[in-house]
Design a protein around this ligand. Structure first.
Ligand code: ADP
Ligand code: GLC
Length: 479
């Protein structure tokens, strides 16, 4: 079977979060399970030009969005699968992927509308695609065009699967944009693309795809509730027989403390305790923190409400009275950028934060050096940070939600290895921090836990197999 995996970001070409990690790893692993998969992403000129081994295919697609445009197709095979990159510089030669710190780019509907149509034109050119695997709102128009646009009627045999990585990001635009996107006006209704008077790219994906999945079994349940569904719970409930939950993996080659080129000292499960100590010592030296004998909590995260950092406002004084250290790397919403910068001013001997930057190398140093990895998420569709940290022998401290619930078993449970708390309030959060500090003092148990989490298998093998089975089922009209 032949599959196009379409994503607005794919690691290592362009990344803002876990979506890129998933899209960059899954095609490679799917090969082992009978699915030849090509990744497709926009050619973000400033991010990819002159990098990797990207070549011009000389294919030009004529795509009609706001007038006919010529989209050039590039390809690369450097990472164990073929990636196609669709180039249209007026839309994608920008400083960022989606917008600046002041907000989203105003023409995102045109950018991702063009990308979506471009993907279908590419499918037409390639000729023998069985299934298109869509990811998040940026790709949500694809099944609508496939089912309802005369322009693509020759492709109607192609099946579609939409993966929802985060239901809070929906691609909402004014209904007046329908014409420029050539969305038939009769689809503007409650059963179609309409969402509270606007159009929703994500809802289009949910309504018109053959099947839907999300990135953990728990999140698949959660998004059918009012608390987590962001207004889409009703439509998801309606489609629940076509809605699945498949937990993400992490790329075992990309995340590997034995080979990682960025960490201070490589280590394996065998010498993890001394290896991590050396990484911690060097990280403290680089960041100016003192007292390597204290437990170190690491954070590497997008700074968005989703990630639960509002709790710091409530707990800061009590938290930093405790005998601990913290290193933070993150960028995102202004309010959280300021929050962490203020904390470093107030408690300079306790917390170091590098804010407003995306820094792959520093992220890895934190994963390697930390004793604990903190994810107090309000919601977390899957979460990769906790799995990456475990690969590096760093014990996760997480809120029980979504994929965090599915991947972190509390140490107080039989066979457990992490620290979980259920409710995002002061008592439970500080309770979890105290449990971590106590675990840190119990060297024997802590060291055994480090070894244990490094033995767990969060690689893509199991989940890629699940995806391949799901593709096959969709192609065979089994859904
Ligand atoms: P999300 O996709 O919601 O942001 P995940 O836990 O699924 O959360 O994935 C986050 C990914 O992004 C991880 O690979 C993490 O290491 C990386 N990451 C997040 N923020 C940064 C940053 N500022 N610099 C480098 N890597 C980051
Ligand atoms: C989203 C989610 C995150 C998930 C990632 C990859 O960004 O916020 O939980 O791990 O997508 O699926």
């Amino acid at each position: 079977m032949k599959v196009l995996l379409v994503s607005s970001e794919v690691f290592p070409y362009a990344k803002t979060g876990g979506l890129a990690d998933v899209a960059g790893a899954l095609p490679k692993y799917l090969k082992n399970f009978g699915a030849q998969t090509y990744a497709v992403l926009p050619y973000y000129t400033k991010f990819v030009e002159g990098k990797h081994n990207i070549k011009d295919t000389n294919i030009i697609l004529k795509v009609d969005v706001d007038g006919e445009k010529e989209v050039k197709v590039y390809e690369d095979e450097s990472y164990g699968y073929k990636a196609f990159l669709l180039r249209y510089d007026p839309y994608f030669d920008r400083e960022h992927l989606y917008g600046t710190k002041d907000g989203d780019y105003e023409d995102n509907h045109l950018r991702f509308g063009l990308f979506s149509k471009g993907v279908l034109k590419l499918a037409e050119k390639l000729g023998d695609i069985d299934l298109i695997h869509l990811n998040d709102w940026q790709t949500g128009l694809i099944p609508l065009y496939l089912k309802h646009s005369e322009e693509f009627s020759s492709l109607r045999g192609i099946k579609t699967l939409l993966t929802i990585h985060n239901i809070a990001y929906q691609g909402l635009f004014p209904a007046s944009f329908m014409e420029v996107l050539s969305i038939p006006s009769h689809l503007f209704n409650i059963e179609g693309i309409e969402f509270y008077g606007k159009i929703s790219f994500l809802k289009s994906g949910i309504v018109y795809s053959d099947a839907i999945n999300t990135v953990s079994p728990t999140y698949a349940e959660e998004i059918q509730t009012k608390e987590y569904g962001y207004g889409l719970e009703g439509i998801l409930k309606k489609r629940k027989n076509s809605l699945f939950g498949i937990i993400n993996g992490i790329d075992w080659d990309v995340w590997d403390p034995e080979k990682d080129p960025f960490i201070y000292k490589n280590y394996s499960k065998k010498n993890a305790i001394s290896g991590k100590k050396e990484n911690k010592r060097k990280l403290f030296k680089d960041t100016g923190l003192k007292g390597t004998c204290k437990p170190l909590f690491g954070i590497v995260s997008r700074l968005a409400k989703q990630k639960g950092f509002d709790i710091f406002l409530e707990v800061q004084d009590e938290l930093f009275q405790r005998d601990l250290k913290m290193v933070v790397l993150g960028s995102g919403d202004k309010v959280y950028n300021e929050l962490f910068l203020n904390l470093t001013k107030k408690y300079p001997d306790k917390i170091y934060a590098r804010i407003g930057v995306y820094d792959e190398a520093f992220a890895r140093k934190i994963y390697a050096a930390s004793d604990f990895f903190l994810m107090p998420s309000v919601y977390e569709p899957c979460g990769l940070g906790q799995m990456i940290s475990m690969r590096f022998g760093t014990i996760p401290v997480v809120r029980t939600t979504g994929g965090l619930k599915d991947t972190v078993k509390d140490i107080n449970e039989e066979g457990g290895y992490g620290i979980r708390f259920d409710n995002l309030n002061k008592e439970e959060f500080l309770g979890a921090i105290d449990r971590a500090i106590n675990l840190y003092k119990d060297k024997k148990l802590k060291n055994a836990t480090v070894k244990k989490i490094m033995s767990l298998d969060f690689s893509w093998n199991n989940s890629a197999k699940e995806y391949s089975k799901l593709y096959q089922k969709i192609i065979n009209n089994g859904i």
